[in-house]
Design a protein around this ligand. Structure first.
Ligand SMILES: [Fe+2]
Length: 391
């Protein structure tokens, strides 16, 4: 995020003495990406950010995956999935590969564990619910339709004000607006479907007193994604001020301005973020194609280099009507299999002027495998929905 923010109490000159009213030095921490060569922020702590007093194994939820073999398009009903209520530890893995993991959780109203993901950024889509995410940078409110972007290694916890349905995309690296929408200096350009005004970061510091505070850290070893429980000497929320271009923020789908055309526009116009070897797009209520002979639903397509995951959030997803897909569904359309509209929807869409659908799409460049949560809520008949029969 090349979009500078300054929050709270920071010294006039970086890397100089910064003292509290009693004369005690603050402890400066640079949190930076790509080894001092990309976006960063400077944080000013009351305590020493490195001070830990214990480290022990934490077992994250089951991260194992099963290959999509024999190859088939899949339909997963996330609303049938029962989860525990902690926004962090009770996520169930739905789909994943070596680059990205998609999990789902329905929270209660109690705060989650303190947590940071040292594997990569998290991009959490809020399907329903509201609350705040408390972070080392300050508080970020969230509501339905938000993407909550949490940079790698950001200590935080979720504090739902109401039960929240969270669709969690965990990356191996950084998630950011598509490069083609950025100026060479990082400003969002005029043809981008959103701008900096639509991104909402913390506005004031969050200071909490405490000692011996447990933080769950997700990280990577040669054995894959693992977890460690670190105990911090002082509460990690002790930052009196920070500034820079690296921080958590939210973006709501209602602020995404869909790009439409005379004939069908391809999915990249719906892109909202990109991560390492995956993209995030959203299909939102919009006017559709206005050529007099336009076919508003998509053509069949074979994404030869990617797997496509659609998460159906609101409205009626026109192209898959009649296939069993409903709200809370995921479809996985893998590379090696052409997919497209339910045949009956093609004629039905002719002359339609608006689609009222909301769906979030993740396209990955490596094949996805099924997590235990995905296997637990699969509709076994979906693969045959285009043909209407099975051998
Ligand atoms: Fe597609």
């Amino acid at each position: 995020m090349a979009y500078y923010r300054s929050v709270g109490d920071v010294p006039r000159t970086r890397h100089t003495q910064h003292r509290d009213p009693e004369g005690r030095l603050r402890f400066e921490e640079l949190m930076g990406e790509e080894g001092f060569s990309s976006d960063s922020s400077l944080l000013y702590h009351r305590g020493v950010p490195s001070a830990i007093v214990a480290s022990e194994v934490w077992e994250p939820a089951d991260q194992r995956t099963a290959p999509n073999h024999p190859l088939a398009p899949r339909h997963l009903r996330l609303h049938d999935l029962r989860t525990g209520s902690d926004a962090v530890v009770d996520r169930r893995l739905v789909l994943g590969n070596a680059d990205v993991r998609i999990s789902y959780v329905v929270t209660g109203t109690e705060p989650s564990a303190y947590y940071r993901d040292a594997v990569g950024d998290e991009c959490v889509f809020v399907e329903a619910g509201s609350g705040v995410v408390e972070t080392v940078f300050g508080v970020v409110p969230y509501r339905a339709g938000d993407y909550v972007l949490l940079p790698r290694a950001t200590t935080h916890r979720w504090v739902p004000a109401e039960p929240s349905r969270l669709y969690c995309v965990e990356a191996n690296g950084h998630v950011a607006p598509p490069k083609r929408y950025l100026s060479r200096y990082g400003q969002l350009l005029e043809h981008a479907p959103y701008c900096e005004r639509d991104l909402h970061g913390p506005t004031e510091p969050l200071l909490v007193d405490g000692t011996d505070v447990e933080v769950l850290v997700k990280h990577r070893t040669s054995a894959g994604v693992v977890g460690t429980r670190l105990v911090h000497d002082m509460h990690p929320f002790d930052v009196v001020g920070w500034d820079g271009c690296l921080y958590p923020y939210t973006f709501n789908i209602e602020d995404f301005m869909p790009i439409t055309g005379k004939v069908h526009q391809p999915p990249p116009v719906h892109q909202v973020f990109e991560g390492p070897r995956f993209v995030v797009c959203n299909f939102l209520p919009r006017k559709v194609d206005y050529h007099p002979l336009a076919v508003p639903v998509p053509y069949y397509h074979s994404n030869v280099d990617s797997d496509e995951v659609m998460f159906y959030v609101a409205g009626d997803y026109e192209a898959r009507k009649g296939s069993g897909i409903g709200l809370g569904s995921i479809s996985l359309h893998p590379g090696g299999h052409a997919h497209g509209p339910q045949p009956s929807t093609i004629e039905a869409s002719l002359g339609v002027e608006r689609f009222e659908e909301s769906a979030v799409m993740v396209d990955t460049f490596a094949p996805l495998e099924l997590g235990e949560g995905g296997l637990a809520c699969e509709d076994p008949d979906y693969a045959w929905s285009w043909a209407g029969r099975r051998l």
